[in-house]
Design a protein around this ligand. Structure first.
Ligand code: SAM
Length: 302
């Protein structure tokens, strides 16, 4: 498994990630999926622990949570974050790969992941491993998006702009997604396919919901989550990132069948639009309801 790829996740591990879920909605999930029965948890592709730490707030006291992560940098950072938290003693972070989980069959009551399956070459292999290490009667739970759908969501900035610019961005994303998949780096739209994959993996009573959190932006952006999002967008713009780093996007675009000669002109226009959007936020003008597709899919091991 490669670990020397561009640190894509680094751009997405900022404060904004702490605001992905409404607390009352997590409590609803805990009731729907009967978290009261859970004693042991595995969070696969844990990154620096955001998902496991959020879930901990709605799991019974004393539940142990193991985070499994491929990249040693994130394992070390997750350990540091754990040390700063009151509930830190409940966590353990291990290094390993999702395709060959280093745990015995039937070890955990709950095996979960968030935005992992969108990055792996074969999500069904990973789901198979997640099922294997789940105890009979235990729950497999995945939180994954279709990120391409977000490009059809309007803001006061994009609304009314030419159709051609919007179509260009969507085409660019779809070509890159095809390249990303062909290169074995997953597909950011995988969420749409998860209920089917769960059924194929032999999970029962498969339930599918959507996260009810929006990426709301309304001036004066007084909520902490909106300010974190504004900072993230400004950072993306400053660093010349648009979904991906330039090199990563270029690799995906070409692998996806995009014409090499098209890349730079399109990339420049996308970055320009992003800069203007960030300027519109800085001016306190941009607003959007910020809809996005992010699923939560759960199924039980029989
Ligand atoms: C987008 S991050 C999500 C992190 C965390 N689940 C969260 O929601 O904050 C995806 C993480 O999965 C890890 N990852 C990707 N492929 C993996 C694999 N095959 N096995 C284990 N971890 C993997 C990446 O290193 C990264 O930390």
């Amino acid at each position: 498994m490669e670990t020397s790829e561009p640190p894509h996740s680094a751009a997405y591990f900022g404060a904004e990630r702490d605001f992905w879920w409404n607390q009352d909605y997590l409590e609803l999930l805990a009731r729907r999926f009967d978290f009261a029965a859970v004693r042991s948890v595995l969070d696969v592709g844990a990154g620096i622990g955001h998902w496991g730490m959020l879930l901990a707030s709605v799991l019974p006291q004393g539940v142990s949570i193991v985070g499994l992560e491929r990249d040693p940098r994130w394992v070390a950072e997750a350990e540091r974050r754990r040390g700063r938290r009151e509930a830190g003693a409940r966590f353990q972070f291990d290094q390993g790969v999702a395709e060959a989980l280093p745990y015995e069959e039937a070890t955990f009551d709950l095996v979960t992941c968030q935005t992992l399956l969108m990055h792996v070459p074969d999500p069904q292999v990973v789901i198979g491993e997640m099922v294997r290490v789940t105890k009979p009667g235990g729950l497999v739970l995945a939180s994954e998006p279709n990120n391409a759908a977000s490009f059809l969501v309007e803001s006061s900035f994009s609304f009314g702009t030419p159709v051609e610019g919007k179509a260009e961005a969507i085409r660019f994303v779809l070509v890159c997604e095809r390249g990303k998949m062909l290169l074995g780096r997953g597909d950011n739209r995988v969420g749409d396919l998860l209920p089917g994959y769960f059924v194929e993996a032999g999970l029962t009573q498969v339930q599918t919901y959507m996260n009810d959190k929006v990426e709301l932006m309304v001036p004066p952006y007084s909520e902490e989550g909106q300010r974190a999002r504004a900072s993230m967008l400004a950072e993306f713009s400053n660093k010349g990132l648009w979904c991906w780093h330039r090199e990563e996007a270029h690799e995906y675009f070409v692998a996806g069948g995009g014409d090499e000669a098209d890349f730079d002109p399109v990339w420049t226009r996308l970055l320009e639009r992003q800069q203007n959007e960030v300027a519109s936020i800085a001016a306190g003008e941009l607003h959007t309801a910020g809809g996005n597709i992010h699923y939560i899919v759960g199924g039980w091991r029989g």
